[in-house]
Ligand binder design. Structure first.
Ligand code: FAD
Length: 470
């Protein structure tokens, strides 16, 4: 069994951080076991996060386009309707195909897979309560904690996953709510709000902060909010939810201005609580072996992903840094490279962030506000999608590209894109940033015509000189 022989690496958690670390470790010739309690691999991301949300975002976008845009393109139907169970089934199929795919990758790379709840009993031993009711101890020279994060509720609000749901419940509603209230204007709330809004819900987003998605560049955020409002999403900002009453048929929320004041009531059929995520370390035995955490429970690591306990490492959502799947994957690869005696590398300042609404919003590097705060002299280059031929040709031209470059050297500091394909377009900028490119470097690269990528090239031209098409 897994317990009888020693591993080079034991990974606790099979999400994007853990499963990628396990595969990479095996590829580097290390004997590796991955422990996952869920019964399926892929973690939050594949099971109840990135993948099912993108499946529903795509399906609901297709419906919305069919209903509101196809006729403009000369495609007419007598009627179009939503078959919610079929939509959910396509999402579930995508999830199960992908999670099984990772099991296949484990076999291919000879990663040993133990299904069960892992608990550290020493810096080199994990006791696992297996899913089938047994127990086994898995030994390893190195242990990587990749236990990820969990949904966070708010004081006084109990998530029942029916009327008051987390993102997990919002990915599996049985019918489209007439009124959906989203608590929290982060990217997850806006993505799930978009899904149900497109399918017919009246969506109101309540946010404590004065603005939506705090990590965004201010100018992008303003246009993004306007775009969502045009799609019918309502925003109540600078407001807190102070009471929840589910005694009647629906839900009655009591709201109060963030700074205190008169209370109001907001009614909903379903309430989505998306007020952030919290590191998941319950039952892991961290205290017992003395692994240090910070005030919010994140495991503290050094730049080699090592905790204060020799031989114990941590990666992904359970450590500080952007809580994103691709960041967890980068952590995983770098961590095992260090364990294997190589050099790993992750730069948290160059992790792209994407909001998968329509249009999408993507960014990499610094916002204008951050550059200003640093006191660096900078230039801005902007180009609207309305002046991009491809976007016009397909009648999907909302958005713009914004590039921030250092004034003296033209070095790119940040790129922000609101566009239908922003999540794909952003990687050209990520490469530029990684190689310390100047905006002129992008501008002088031949870009295929007609593509939305040309908007990035033109924004680059606008940064140090003039664009052609506006
Ligand atoms: P997780 O994916 O949380 O995986 C940890 C795994 O460890 C879990 O499967 C858990 O069951 C297991 N585990 C925990 N404790 C134990 C234990 N003691 N023993 C055994 N197993 C254990 N990120 C993006 O980059 N792009 C997106 O589009 C995106 N969309 C999202 C949408 C939603 C609705 C949500 C909720 C999240 C989204 N995220 C997205 C965030 C992304 O899912 C996380 O950043 C990512 O999953 C973190 O990976 P991880 O491996 O650190 O942890």
């Amino acid at each position: 069994s897994a317990g009888s022989d020693e591993n080079d690496v034991v990974v606790v958690g099979g999400g994007p951080g853990g499963y990628v670390a396990a595969i990479k470790a095996a590829q580097l010739g290390l004997k590796t076991t991955c422990i996952e309690k869920r019964g399926t691999l892929g973690g939050t991301c594949l099971n109840v996060g990135c993948i099912p949300s993108k499946a529903l975002l795509h399906s609901s976008h297709m419906y919305h386009e069919a209903k509101h845009s196809f006729a403009n393109h000369g495609v007419k139907f007598s009627s179009v309707e939503v078959d919610l169970p079929a939509m959910m089934a396509q999402k579930d199929k995508a999830v199960s195909n992908l999670t099984r795919g990772i099991e296949g990758l484990f076999k291919k790379n000879k990663v040993n897979y133990v299904k069960g709840y892992g608990k550290l009993v020493s810096p080199s031993e994990v006791s696992v309560d297996t899913i089938d009711g047994g127990n086994t101890v898995v030994k390893g020279k190195n242990i990587i904690i990749a236990t990820g994060s969990d949904v966070k509720s708010l004081p006084g609000i109990t998530i029942d996953e029916e009327k008051i749901v987390s993102s997990t419940g919002a990915l599996a509603l049985k019918e489209t709510p007439k009124k959906l209230v989203v608590i929290g204007a982060g990217y997850i709330g806006l993505e799930m709000g978009s899904v149900w809004g497109r399918l017919g819900s009246e969506v109101t987003v309540v946010e404590f902060a004065p603005e939506i998605v705090p990590s965004l560049d201010g100018e992008v955020r303003k246009q993004f909010q306007r775009s969502l409002e045009k799609q019918g999403m309502k925003f109540i900002l600078k407001t807190k939810v102070v009471g929840v009453d589910t005694s009647s048929g629906g839900v009655k929320l009591t709201l109060e201005p963030a700074s205190g004041g008169e209370k109001t009531i907001l009614e909903a059929d379903v309430v989505l609580v998306s007020a952030g995520r919290t590191p998941f370390t319950a039952g892991l035995g961290l205290e017992k072996i003395g692994v240090e955490t910070d005030k919010v429970g994140r495991i503290l690591v050094n730049d080699r992903f090592a905790t204060n306990v020799p031989g114990v490492y941590a990666i992904g959502d359970v450590i500080p840094g952007p809580m994103l799947a691709h960041k967890a994957e980068e952590d995983g690869v770098a961590c095992v490279e260090f364990i294997a005696g190589k050099v790993g590398h992750v730069d948290y300042d160059k992790v792209p962030g994407v909001v998968y609404t329509h249009p999408e919003v993507a960014s990499v590097g610094k916002t204008e506000e951050q550059v200003k705060a640093l006191g660096v002299a900078y230039c801005i280059g902007k180009f609207p999608l309305l002046a991009n031929s491809r976007a016009k040709a397909i009648d999907d031209a909302e958005g713009f590209v914004k590039i921030i470059a250092e004034k003296e050297t033209d070095k790119i500091l940040g790129v922000h894109i609101m566009a239908p394909n922003a999540g794909e377009l952003i990687h050209e900028a990520a490469i530029a940033l990684q190689y310390d490119a100047a905006s002129e470097d992008i501008a002088r690269v031949c870009h295929a015509h007609p593509t939305m990528s040309e908007a990035l090239k033109e924004a680059a031209m606008a940064t140090y000189d003039k664009p052609i098409h506006i």
